[in-house]
Structure formats: C-alpha cells, structure tokens
Design a protein. Structure first.
Lengths: 78, 138
C-alpha cells in the first residue's frame, strides 16, 4: 500500500472517552474538503465510536490500522 | 442527525459528567446540542463550582467524591472544565434557568456568564426541544 498523504495528524494516545471523539470532530471542523485526517489512539471504545461518527458526518473512513500495544490509527477523508 | 437537548437538574458530579459527555458525543456525531442548567444543576455554573460537588451515590461525606476525582485523574478522564470548553468549541449551547436564579437568589454575576448562551425558563427549553430527536433529564 502506498503511503497516504496526511494533512492533519492527531495523537490521542492515553486519552479516554469522549476526548478522542471530540478531537476528531475538531480536526474535521478545521480540515478542508478532501483533506485526510489521521488519528492515533489507545482507547478501544473510541476506535469503535469514531467510525460511527465518520458515517454520521458523511465522511469516509479510509483505513483502520493496528499498531500493536493496543494502539490504533484511523484515516478519515473529509 | 437531529438535535439533542439535555436538562441538567442534578448538581452531582457524576451526573454533570454524564450530561457533558453525552452532549459532546452528540456534537461530535454531527448533531446540535444544548444543556439546560436548572435547580441543583445551575449551582455548578457558579464561579469555581464546576470542579466541586458531591456524588449521587457513595459520596461518604465527600470522601467518595474525592476518591472518584483521584481515580478519574489516574485514568486520565477529562475534567468538567475541559469538557464544557470542548462542548462550546463544537458549537454546543448552554442555557441557564432564570427561575432557579430567582428561587435560589442567584445573580448573573455569580455564574460563569462567559459560558451561558441563553437565559430563560421552561419555555426556552421546550422551544429548543421541538426539533430535537433526543432529550434527556439528568
């Protein structure tokens, strides 16, 4: 897989619900249409709820990656 | 996604947290949200009162509330102040109950006026809820 060009990166490792969701929303507000947001975190519940929000906001989830050590990365396209 | 309107009637810390988390969740999912602070809930909008308050259960004369604050800090749970700020940043609205202010003798300057978007009574809450898909009484 070729590396996707990320426009906005947010690190919410160690943060718990609902902070990763809130920070994702803030990044989406800041992003231009077509830009890619990468969010990296460790809270498992957030990994499930962020894609729900992505769907509800009418955005596109490009990828959901396992980084090991309970760390995940989500790629969202606005 | 439709609007979420929350009545925060309780001044208990656990319930304040619930209201703030649900409100932020609704905004993050792309909806609108408001929290109507009334009765004991309005007390928490007084200056310096956001971080202070009892628990609804196992308060143990404040010891339980203290233990819960420690535990939440340990688990890196966001503070009410941070959640309220995020709520505002995401476009959430704070409504303050004027009738509670009259009953309890609270003046506008006693409250965090910087956070309040609208001042009013039950009509304001009902009017705000007419196009809501979710409304909660906490």
């Amino acid at each position: 897989m070729s590396r996707i060009q990320v426009d906005i990166f947010i690190d919410v490792c160690g943060e718990t619900c609902p902070i990763p969701l809130i920070e994702m929303r803030k990044a989406v507000m800041k992003a231009q249409k077509g830009q890619i947001i990468e969010i990296k975190g460790t809270h498992e519940a957030s990994r499930k709820e962020i894609p729900m929000a992505v769907n509800s906001l009418g955005l596109e989830l490009l990828d959901d990656l396992d980084e090991g050590n309970n760390t995940w990365r989500l790629l969202i396209k606005k | 996604m439709k609007k979420t309107t929350i009545v925060l009637h309780s001044g208990d810390s656990d319930k304040l947290m619930s209201a703030l988390i649900i409100g932020n969740g609704a905004l993050a999912m792309g909806g609108e949200a408001s929290i109507y602070f009334t009765f004991w809930g309005l007390n928490r909008l007084k200056k310096g009162m956001l971080a202070k308050g009892p628990l609804s259960k196992m308060n143990l004369v404040g010891l339980g509330a203290w233990a819960m604050r420690m535990r939440m800090k340990q688990k890196n749970v966001a503070s009410p102040e941070r959640l309220l700020n995020d709520f505002k940043v995401l476009g959430g609205r704070i409504l303050a109950c004027e009738m509670t202010m009259e009953i309890m003798g609270i003046k506008k300057e006693d409250l965090r006026e910087d956070l309040v978007d609208e001042w009013g009574a039950v009509g304001m809450y009902i009017n705000d809820s007419q196009d809501a898909g979710l409304t909660l009484f906490i």
